[in-house]
Design a protein around this ligand. Sequence first.
Ligand code: PSU
Ligand code: MN
Length: 321
Amino acid sequence: MAANLAHTWLTLSPAVAAAKAAGRPLVALESTIIAHGMPYPENVRTAREVEALVRDLGAEPATIACIGGRIRIGLADDDLELLGSAVQVHKVSRRDLPAVLASGGLGATTVAGTMICAALAGIEVFVTGGIGGVHRGAPETFDISADLQELARTSVAVVCAGVKSILDIGLTLEYLETHGVPVLSCEQDNFAAFYTRDSGYRADFRLDDAADQARFIRTKWDLGLVGGVVLSTPVPQAAAMPGEEIETLTRQALAEATAQGITGKAVTPFLLARIKALTGGRSLATNIALVKHNAEVGARLALALAGSADSADSEHGAGQA
Ligand code: PSU
Ligand code: MN
């Protein structure tokens, strides 16, 4: 009953509704990356370019946000402009979703928030930049992104360039293993590290081909194994940043966060903003390049998954525990 009521909060854009009706593959895109992850106007331009990339590959992009008390699946150009330029946009994870919808506020969905909304809309593939994870120092602070719990419970495949080294990548992978979330990698054996290609940690399974990725994911859901799958793909070589430089700047940003007493949901945006500033904006070009690459990988996966949908019980995909 709750799941049916939840659907009444959704508003699909005409393009998304048409794609759904025609059984064409959809790719969900998050909005926190627009509102809190990149500066204006590059954020809006990138969001539009990513949507165009997905469309060119034959899938329909569905950027997700909370606007005027509705979960909007697929945004118009002026919605993207609003999210990218508004001064106050809520960062919406699982905890925050009821508050922003009930109050009619403007909310950008995180990986966790976007997964929930994508699942409600029946979208199986979601492309982002990097997922949240276990923060360095989490043994003391308990700061573990709600993204990881969401991956454990909500059946959406999340394409990303790994996680940023502002996090403890080893502990993030341990946490995902504990919760039964498979971590796939394409183009290399190791899990990616966002600004750099190699985290130094192996992914669970390497699957370069979209058809193989789709078969893996469909098999998991066919088996009734509820929950997400992480598909990591590295930033293109030409756009990657030097690893030592990122590590030095990350340590500096972390020290500043501690010194300024930054906690809770403010931690990730603070670290992202500081690293952007400390690299003199160079990290932004890397960020844009990796998101676009992720979009290509995600669109191919969505096409492959749509091709495999006939053999599957659709209730297993894109559902919640
Ligand atoms: N990591 C990035 N860029 C981002 C985020 C994470 O490299 O924009 C955003 C995503 O929306 C992610 C959220 O879901 O931050 C995680 O925040 P927290 O650590 O507060 O759960
Ligand atoms: Mn956190």
